[in-house]
Design a protein around this ligand. Sequence first.
Ligand SMILES: [Zn+2]
Ligand SMILES: [Zn+2]
Length: 104
Amino acid sequence: MTKFEDKVLTCEECGTEFVWDASEQAYFAKKGFKKVPKRCRACRAARKIEEEKEKKNEKEITCIKCGKKGVTSQELKEGEEIYCMDCYLKERENPSSNTQVKTE
Ligand SMILES: [Zn+2]
Ligand SMILES: [Zn+2]
């Protein structure tokens, strides 16, 4: 069995030196990865979050009803108005926009 030793690598993203430890190298070897990590843990974690967001295609929205901030994976048109999840559910249960009768 190959013996691994901790290696100090430099993150290509933020330039920080980080330790690629022996257990991780062993893990890479076991998985058959030939690559060496290019980023530190923090950058990899940040990247993963970004990728998750992209995958889900989430965008930040501000609810036009209550002003609360949230995320949506819906495709939004420029200037489209959107509710947060709470208001959306309320609106769906009790739609006010579809009613023809004005109460005021
Ligand atoms: Zn980094
Ligand atoms: Zn809302």
